[in-house]
Design a protein around this ligand. Structure first.
Ligand SMILES: [Zn+2]
Length: 345
């Protein structure tokens, strides 16, 4: 059935370049405060473990940044590592500001993520709250960015044993009223890998972030606040529309750059079909499932003059975010313009 639908689509010549079917990202109301004071932060298990892994790699203060979408519930999609010029010592940690600025821009453009604030360890301080210096810095950031609220995570380490327990203490800065001091935030942990980390890992961007390192530490060594046991993991929701749209938009952009032609995009019952031009009259069509992580179901090469259609054999499982893998298929098809059986020599 899938094949039939692809065949039908492939026979159509492109009429005009089609705009990507992306919905605008839901606007975040930066001026509105969280609805409840006792609100919580939503965070993927991968991001919690990434923080714990980076913390346990150091015996001095370290940290990074929190990026997410602040709608009804602030949701952390990515906890990053600090840039190469960060300064770490026993009682102080300073971010690499230039690196952070660039990272924030990339994550805002590519993934509609906004900067929530930082996370950092108090290895020696033992202080579970933001220090007075931390508070000044976050308040300054709130003012400069016109954020009504920000989050900060302080991490402490119980190093009385060989594999220390890492404690996570999330704080909320609500600057919409006259509330001055940060208040403790609850945290709900979603099981598994954040869809944004998943896509970044697959696309191979920002390699310095070592996005796979979250797996180095298990949840058993993590506690939220003064909890006695590891965090309960909640079933994650399906990947949200913004994350899907951004993933598809990046794939379309990469294919467009490779083919130097606009990509046809079609929405279908099973998901999406992207058609990239090879050399006239040849085209390459990718059928992608709508189910996250949007695996590539089939790839077909079409000759639009003869209406013939040749399915390509896929040697590896690919998803929409596996941009290098998809480009490899595209380039291989482009290098053999008449199909596998008719390689030009
Ligand atoms: Zn601090």
């Amino acid at each position: 059935m899938l094949l039939k639908r692809i065949k039908r689509l492939f026979k159509r010549r492109p009429v005009s370049p089609k705009e990507p079917e992306t919905r605008p990202a839901p606007r975040e109301d930066v001026r509105s405060a969280p609805r409840q004071r006792d609100s919580h932060l939503l965070m993927w298990e991968s991001e919690l473990r990434a923080i714990a892994a980076e913390t346990s790699a150091w015996t001095i203060e370290t940290g990074g940044d929190l990026f997410g979408r602040w709608q009804d519930t602030p949701t952390v999609y990515l906890a990053t590592r600090a840039g190469p010029k960060a300064i770490r010592n026993t009682t102080h940690f300073r971010l690499d500001v230039d690196y952070l600025r660039q990272l924030s821009e990339t994550l805002a453009t590519d993934w509609s993520l906004r900067y929530f604030g930082d996370w950092h360890s108090h290895h020696r301080l033992g202080l579970i709250e933001p220090s007075s210096g931390d508070r000044r810095r976050i308040r300054g950031l709130c003012g400069r960015n016109q954020f009504a609220s920000m989050a900060e995570i302080i991490v402490t380490v119980e190093d009385s044993r060989r594999d220390p327990i890492i404690r996570i203490h999330p704080w909320l800065y609500d600057l919409s009223g006259d509330q001055d001091a940060p208040t403790p935030l609850g945290i709900k942990v979603l099981r598994g890998l954040s869809p944004v980390r998943h896509a970044l890992l697959a696309s191979g961007t920002l390699p310095e972030q070592q996005f796979a390192s979250w797996q180095e530490i298990s949840c058993d060594r993590i506690r939220i606040g003064d909890d006695k046991s590891p965090p309960a993991l909640e079933p994650p929701p399906a990947a949200d529309a913004t994350t899907r749209d951004k993933t598809l938009a990046q794939l379309a952009r990469a294919l467009e750059a490779a083919s130097t032609e606009p990509i046809e995009q079609h929405k279908t019952g099973f998901g999406y079909i992207f058609v990239a031009k090879l050399r006239e009259p040849h085209y390459l069509g990718f059928a992608l499932s709508a189910d996250w992580p949007m695996p590539v179901l089939e790839v077909h090469r079409l000759n639009r003059d003869t209406g013939t259609n040749e399915p390509l054999k896929l040697t590896a499982a690919l998803a929409a975010s596996d941009i290098p893998g998809i480009l490899e298929i595209y380039r291989a098809a482009n290098a053999a313009p008449n199909g596998a059986g008719h390689v030009d020599r």
